[in-house]
Design a binder for this molecule. Sequence first.
Ligand SMILES: C[S@@+](CC[C@H](N)C(=O)[O-])C[C@H]1O[C@@H](n2cnc3c(N)ncnc32)[C@H](O)[C@@H]1O
Length: 415
Amino acid sequence: MKPQASPPGVDARRAALRLLDAVLRRGLPLEAALGGAAGDLAKPEDRGLAHAIAAETLRRLPDLDALIDSATQQRLPPDAKARFALRIALVQALALGTPPHAAISTVLPLVDGGPRRLVHGVFGALMRRKVTLPASPSLPRGVAERWLTAWDRDMVDAARSALAAPPPLDLSFADADAAQAFAGEHLADRHARIFTQSRVAELPGFAEGQWWVQDLAASIPARLLGPGDGRAVLDLCAAPGGKTLQLASAGWRVTAVDSSANRLERLRENLQRTRLSAEVIEADVMQWEPSAPVDAILLDAPCSATGIFRRHPDVLYRVRPKVIAEMAELQRAMLARASGWLKPGGTLVFSTCSLEPDEGELHLDHAPELTLDPVASDELPEGIAPHPSGYVRTLPTMLADKGALDGFFIARFKR
Ligand SMILES: C[S@@+](CC[C@H](N)C(=O)[O-])C[C@H]1O[C@@H](n2cnc3c(N)ncnc32)[C@H](O)[C@@H]1O
């Protein structure tokens, strides 16, 4: 007998449920789970919908769960299928503009043979109560407490606001004139910020390789090395290559090293599309070493990635203190190893896309061979000031009225 096809729209919701399960129960990054959870969907728009539902659920999870708990007599366990189904139905009705009847009718088949009546009843009760989600999503309690300790209430509020709206798209350009000619807000040299839901590959200039997507904060580390004038730079942990492209277009002879073959494949595609060049080496920087000391190094170390929570809300749930401690240890080891590769007088820029001081500020006490080379205000995009000590810390409070920034720690050192 032929298997029965699901009613329209159900497969995308089923994939969204698998995605959430992969993130929340198995601790996988949302992007990494996409292939396994949504790879069998034939239409790209269904894959896009599954991803959008899962990502928005993660942005709104504490508030969705609070609503669910307010309408159930017995608290549903966090991993109950009914809770997952309700989160998916509610996020569509309350945040994604799906009409309630469509939101619930496409989700009920996910709990066929199970708690269908419960899901239907709770969803109906909440709709009759005309519930809404708060304008600023709540952060998971552990994250809010951690960031309140590390930063302050303003930062936590800004992080919540940053979750409420889709983040802007920042483009970095190889050519300053092409950037100026691009319609958008120009917050730095060779930069344009746009607000769009269009697919990146469909935007003007993409096919021609004029630009690549890179948050404005992520573009700061390479800016701090200035023009290359044909000098050599090691770009360590380089893939998928945002900083490699910046350095190559600023006149550096780049050697890009990364241990991930898949990510290096994307780096090579990016080089090809932008017609920029770099030597590409697949290697573990804890094993590899350059044949001679170098003038400049950019070390964009692997990290918890909590600084990019608005684009990757899964980090709010996957990243625990143990992960932060492990990443900080790896960063410390990488920084110590790479600093030994610098010529005396050479420059090393270290960065992480993390909002955890353990992966940023605390490293300043553990770089004995290096001296901080203070960053001046005029080296940074307008509206971003260096810390008085000379390093750069970006927070979601910065440029909040213009679409805000990802969270980065950036320090420039001299040997
Ligand atoms: C923050 S991402 C780099 C982003 C990149 N610099 C850019 O601008 O597009 C960190 C990178 O570190 C790489 N990585 C992690 N551990 C590594 C190791 N031991 N050796 C080399 N690369 C490593 C990962 O594959 C990942 O691509």
